[in-house]
Design a protein around this ligand. Structure first.
Ligand code: TEU
Length: 560
C-alpha cells in the first residue's frame, strides 16, 4: 500500500444497537443515557469508534430506519441534551462516534412526505418517486426487500410511490438537486455537532436506473429483484462525490457505505483511496453464500456456508481491493444472526473456543473490523423466540408472505430458518449479568431476552481471564500494536481445504500465519512453521504443533 495510513484504517469499531443496549428509565427500551453509562465497558474492550444505529425521531416501522425528523432524537432514547452529553463523554474518553445516515428513504411521517403526498403540484412532490399506474398495476415489477411489491398506491393523487423497504419508508428522489441539498444540510448539522463519521444505510441504492426498468424475477418468485435493478445506479458515484465535497471534507470523518449489491468494480469507486467518495463499504457477498438454493426463498435457510466458498469470497475482497480501496470486516450486525451461531458452533462445549476462532479469522485480515454488541461475549442466536415473540418487520412479513401465501407450507421449517437467519437473533437485549432481564432493564424488555443470559453475560466474561471478551481485547490490542495487521499483503494458503482456513499476511520485514480449524474435529496440518516463529495469540493454552484441536485458531509472527 502506498498511501499514508489513516486513523480509521487502524481503528476497530464497536456497533451499538441503542434499543437493546442498556435501559436506564425502566421503559424496557435501551436509551442514550444507558450508552453513556457503558462507555467504560467499550473503552475496556479497546474499540476506537462506536457506530450508533439510528437514534432519530421515528415511528419505528423499521426500528428507526424510518426517520421522521433527522435533527431530533427519538423520545424513547432520550433528548438532544442526552445525545450531546454522550458525544462529549465519549470524546473525553477518546472514543469516536459514527452516526447512522438513512437517506435512501425517509419515514412516511416525515414532513417532506406528508407534503409530497398532498397533491401533484406540491413543492415537495418531486422529493419522492411517484408514478402513474401502468394498466391498473404497479409501474414496474420491483419487490420490496421486506416482501410484497415495492410500490404503494396513494388514493389522494391516484399515483404509486416507491418504497424499496416497507410502505412507511418512501424512497427519496436523489435526481432532484433540492433533495440532495436538503440531505447535505442535515448532514452538516451533525458534522457541526462534532460527530466523527457516518455509516450510510443502503447508499448503493440512492440512484435509480433511468426509466425504472423491470427486475429479473427469480424462479418461483412473484416480484422482480429490485436490489439487482437498483444497486450501483447511474449517478450514485456522482452524488457521493458531491456529498464528499459539500459535507465530508469539512471534517476528518470516517465513512462506511452499506452497499447492498456492490461488486468489486463499484467498491473500488465507492472506497477509492483517492478520497473522492467514502472510506469503505460493507459488501454483502459473504452474507449471501448461505442463502436458500431456491431463489424464491432468498436468505431463509439454515445450512452452514461451505468453507471453500467462504474462503474464495473473502479472499477475492482481500486481494482485489488491496492498494486500491479499503475493506470493512464484519461477521454480523443488527441485520444478521449471531457470528458464533452462524460461523462457529454455539453448543455449550464449543461456544467459547469457536467464537474465538471466528474472531481470529476476521481480525487478522486487511480492513477495519466491526464488532457487534454481544459478539465480544459470544452471544448466540435466540432459539427461544417463537413466531409471536418476533418484532422485526422483515421476519413478520416473511412469515406472512412465505407461509400464509403458501410459498413454504411448513411453519416449523420457517421457524427453523428464522432461528438461523432472522434479524431478531441479534436484537435481543444485551446480556450484562445474571439478574432479572440480564441487567438490561427493570421494566419489560421490548424484545424477549435470549434465555441463556444466566450463563452468557458480561459480568461472567469479565470475571474469567479466558473469556471471549479478553480474547477480543487482545485482538484489538494486537491490531493497534502490529502495523502488519493493517498493511500486510494477504495470501490464502489452502483454497481447497474444506476444514481449515489458513492465510498469511506478508510485510517487508515480517509475516503473520493465521490458522483456523473450522470444524469440531481434531486434524493434522503441517504449515512448516519455523522454530523461530512466535505464537502471538491462540484459543488453546498450549501449542500442539501440527495437531489442530476442535475450532483451534492460532497466529504466528515470523521475521522474514
Ligand atoms: O439494511 C439494508 C439491507 O440490505 C437489508 O435489507 C438487509 O438485506 C436485510 O436486513 C438482511 O436481512 C439496512 C439496515 O441495516 C436495515 O436495518 C434496514 O431495515 C434497511 O436498511 C432499511 O433502512
Amino acid at each position: 500500500m502506498t498511501a499514508a495510513i489513516q486513523w480509521w484504517q487502524k481503528a476497530v469499531v464497536y456497533q451499538v444497537y441503542p434499543r437493546s443496549f442498556q435501559d436506564t428509565d425502566g421503559d424496557g427500551i435501551g436509551d442514550l443515557k444507558g450508552i453513556t453509562q457503558r462507555l467504560d465497558y467499550i473503552k475496556k474492550l479497546g474499540a476506537d469508534v462506536i457506530w450508533l444505529n439510528p437514534v432519530y425521531a421515528s415511528p419505528d416501522k423499521d426500528n428507526g430506519y424510518d426517520i421522521s425528523d433527522y435533527e431530533a432524537i427519538n423520545t424513547k432514547f432520550g433528548t438532544m441534551a442526552d445525545f450531546d452529553n454522550l458525544l462529549a463523554q465519549a470524546h473525553d474518553k477518546g472514543l469516536k462516534i459514527m452516526m447512522d445516515l438513512v437517506v435512501n428513504h425517509t419515514s412516511d411521517q416525515h414532513p417532506w412526505f406528508i407534503e409530497s403526498r398532498q397533491s401533484k403540484e406540491n413543492d415537495k412532490r418531486d422529493f419522492y418517486i411517484w408514478r402513474d399506474p401502468v394498466a391498473g398495476h404497479e409501474p414496474n415489477n420491483w419487490g420490496s426487500f421486506f416482501s410484497g411489491p415495492a410500490w404503494q398506491f396513494d388514493d389522494a393523487t391516484g399515483q404509486y410511490y416507491l418504497h424499496l423497504f416497507v410502505e412507511g419508508q418512501p424512497d427519496l428522489n436523489w435526481v432532484n438537486p433540492e433533495v440532495r441539498q436538503a440531505v447535505f444540510d442535515m448532514m452538516n448539522f451533525w458534522v457541526d455537532k462534532g460527530i466523527d463519521g457516518f455509516r450510510m444505510d443502503v447508499i448503493s441504492l440512492i440512484s435509480k436506473p433511468d426509466g425504472l426498468p423491470d427486475g429479473e424475477v427469480p424462479e418461483g418468485g412473484d416480484y422482480g429483484n429490485s436490489n439487482q435493478a437498483v444497486a450501483n445506479g447511474p449517478h450514485v458515484h456522482e452524488y457521493l462525490q458531491e456529498m464528499r465535497q459539500k459535507v465530508l471534507n469539512r471534517a476528518d470523518m470516517m465513512t462506511v457505505g452499506e452497499a447492498s449489491g456492490v461488486d468489486i468494480e463499484n467498491a473500488v469507486k465507492y472506497a477509492n483511496q483517492d478520497n473522492s467518495e467514502l472510506n469503505m463499504v460493507f459488501q454483502f457477498e459473504h452474507m449471501d453464500l448461505d442463502n436458500n438454493p431456491n431463489p424464491a426463498l432468498g436468505k431463509w435457510y439454515d445450512k452452514k456456508v461451505s468453507l471453500v466458498d467462504l474462503k474464495a469470497n473473502l479472499s477475492k475482497w482481500q486481494n482485489d481491493l488491496a492498494g486500491k480501496a479499503w475493506n470493512s470486516l464484519y461477521w454480523d450486525n443488527h441485520d444478521q444472526p449471531r457470528a458464533v451461531s452462524r460461523y462457529g458452533d454455539d453448543r455449550p462445549e464449543y461456544r467459547v473456543v469457536s467464537a474465538k476462532m471466528v474472531a481470529t479469522l476476521l481480525h487478522f485480515m486487511q480492513g477495519t473490523p466491526y464488532i457487534y454488541q454481544g459478539e465480544e461475549i459470544g452471544m448466540t442466536n435466540a432459539y427461544n423466540l417463537q413466531r409471536d415473540d418476533f418484532d422485526d418487520v422483515e421476519i413478520k412479513n416473511a412469515f406472512k408472505y412465505l407461509i400464509d401465501q403458501d410459498h413454504l407450507t411448513d411453519e416449523a421449517t420457517m421457524l427453523r430458518y428464522v432461528h438461523a437467519k432472522g434479524r431478531d437473533n441479534a436484537r435481543t437485549p444485551m446480556q450484562w449479568n445474571d439478574s432479572t432481564n440480564a441487567g438490561f432493564t427493570t421494566g419489560t424488555p421490548w424484545l424477549k431476552l435470549n434465555d441463556n443470559y444466566e450463563t452468557i453475560n458480561v459480568a461472567a466474561a469479565l470475571d474469567d481471564p479466558n473469556s471471549i471478551f479478553y480474547y477480543y481485547q487482545k485482538l484489538i490490542r494486537l491490531r493497534h500494536d502490529l502495523p502488519i495487521i493493517t498493511t500486510g499483503v494477504y495470501q490464502l494458503l489452502d483454497p481447497t481445504d474444506e476444514q481449515v482456513y489458513t492465510y498469511r499476511r506478508v510485510g517487508e520485514n515480517d509475516t503473520l500465519l493465521v490458522i483456523n480449524n473450522f470444524t469440531s474435529d481434531t486434524l493434522t496440518r503441517d504449515y512448516q512453521v519455523p522454530e523461530t516463529a512466535t505464537l502471538i495469540i491462540g484459543n488453546y493454552d498450549d501449542d500442539a504443533g501440527t495437531t489442530l484441536r476442535p475450532y483451534e485458531a492460532k497466529v504466528y509472527h515470523l521475521t522474514n
